[in-house]
Design a protein around this ligand. Structure first.
Ligand SMILES: [Ca+2]
Length: 464
């Protein structure tokens, strides 16, 4: 038996070397981000009206993150996805104008990957500054095909920017962006690549090929919802096409493929006859349907799937997760955590955390307005802002939300107090427990104030 010892030793060494090289491997990263796609917009989340076979199949093969949160609107989520940081730190606090322009000094995940030898491409909606040092090509992307600003007017034959140069492309936006991503994958198949495909669907305007919307003719839906379903169909078809390419090129095994959305469903789909999966709120609110979104991750060579990951996670975790998967050092000053230990073992030790989300529509954030503090068990909500009754647009938005969600005519004054939910037991946010647990409310308010002071430090003139 002794004579085999050196062989065993050699095998042990070889296996250690293989493990090391696996750790140091550079998986491809493909991050697909839908726009305004709600948690309930997928067949796998109980929606019986939509047709999402490709996403449903992926959900069933991937690790599903069932407790994944983002900001209530587009640019803030995108800033956090790209940097691992709370959006206020990056200069981004809204969806229009200067408030969407991310500091050029921010280190994006694309910059980190490019520096590590990755080919990097973005195809779709950047929404973090269109020009100069803020444009995607200056923020780590070798290749970019994007539209300007918050939204396109024309989804067919759109005007786009290709590496900063205005171009006109023929066809439907979702097909154009996906085809460009596929072309990029094919061109860079021999080296590690990062594809960021932030679709502009299913954001308004509701423009989609009539044959896609016609698939839902028999359901008796409103015209808008029917179009939304057609747009979801396009997202699903194109996701399927992209995934098929990865399979055909035998790249899927060593690709970390992520699908998620930037915020919940938009109230533009009036009347809202959409499946909400039992969640309350809409895009623009910090209720769950505004900020809890679908999220699936799969990397066959990196972690086992299918599985459910139920721990609290968020957009700020994407960059730390990606960097760890690529064997790269964590970026400094991030707010998120790598989810890789949980992806490898969903029951791994994972200390509870506090997450914060806020959006109150304006060119600078205001303390105490429209925010939430979230833990695994408790959720503190301040839905509007303490001076909301003086602002007509906030009154209107809140009234609309109550009406759309069938919660009656709650007065705006009723929203001035803080709400507290046992979110683990009551994900639909039906029972406000603030009156029962004033100590928890106070503690979470204190934590929020500490957070706001830190992340919004650049807006020092903010009213107290
Ligand atoms: Ca959005």
């Amino acid at each position: 038996m002794k004579m085999f010892a050196p062989l065993f030793l050699l095998l042990a060494v070889l296996s250690a070397v293989c493990a090391d090289s696996a750790t140091a491997s550079k998986p491809n990263i493909v991050l697909v981000l839908a726009d305004d796609l709600g948690y309930g917009d997928l067949g796998c989340h109980g929606n019986r009206q939509v047709k999402t076979p490709h996403l449903d199949a992926f959900a069933h093969e991937a690790v599903e993150l069932t407790n994944f949160h983002v900001s209530p609107v587009c640019s803030p989520t995108r800033a956090s996805l790209m940097t691992g940081r709370y959006n206020f730190r990056t200069g981004v606090c809204d969806v229009f104008g200067k408030a969407t322009v991310m500091d050029s000094s921010e280190v994006t995940v694309a910059e980190a990957l490019k520096q590590a030898g990755y080919a990097t491409g973005i195809f779709g909606k950047w929404h973090l500054g269109d020009d100069g040092e803020h444009a995607p090509n200056a923020q780590g992307f070798d290749e970019s095909l994007v539209h300007r600003g918050p939204a396109m007017r024309k989804y067919f034959d759109p005007d786009l920017l290709h590496n900063g140069t205005p171009v006109k492309r023929t066809g439907y936006c979702m097909d154009i962006f996906t085809d460009a991503a596929i072309e990029f994958v094919k061109k860079n198949r021999a080296k590690p690549f990062f594809v960021y495909l932030p679709a502009n669907l299913i954001h308004t305007p509701l423009q989609v090929a009539s044959e896609l919307a016609a698939e839902f003719d028999a359901l008796g839906l409103s015209d808008n919802t029917q179009k939304i379903h057609g747009m979801i169909r396009s997202v699903d078809n194109n996701f399927g096409k992209l995934r098929a390419t990865l399979k055909e090129l035998e790249l899927e095994g060593d690709t970390l493929l992520i699908f998620t959305s930037d915020n919940g469903p938009c109230s533009g789909s009036k009347p809202v006859d959409r499946h909400m999966a039992g969640l309350h709120g809409l895009k623009g609110t910090v209720y769950e349907n505004g900020i809890r979104v679908p999220c699936f991750m799969r990397w066959p060579m990196g972690f086992k799937s299918p599985a459910k990951l139920t721990r609290l996670a968020a957009h700020i975790d994407a960059m730390p997760t990606i960097l760890e998967a690529c064997g790269l050092p964590a970026a400094p000053k991030v707010d998120g955590r790598s989810l890789l230990p949980l992806l490898r073992n969903p029951s791994a030790q994972w200390p509870d955390r506090r997450l914060f989300f806020q959006w109150d529509s304006g060119q600078q954030p205001r303390r105490g307005h429209a925010f939430t503090v979230l833990t695994e068990k408790w959720k503190l909500v301040q839905p509007c802002g303490m001076d909301a009754p003086n602002q007509q647009h906030i009154r209107d938005r809140y009234a609309e939300l109550c009406r759309l969600q069938g919660r009656g005519e709650r007065s705006i004054e009723g929203a001035l107090r803080y709400e507290l939910y046992d979110i683990a037991a009551d994900p639909g946010e039906t029972k406000d427990l603030a009156g029962k647990h004033p100590d928890i409310v106070e503690q979470m308010k204190t934590e929020y104030n500490r957070w706001f002071t830190e992340v919004a430090a650049r807006w020092q003139t903010e009213p107290k």
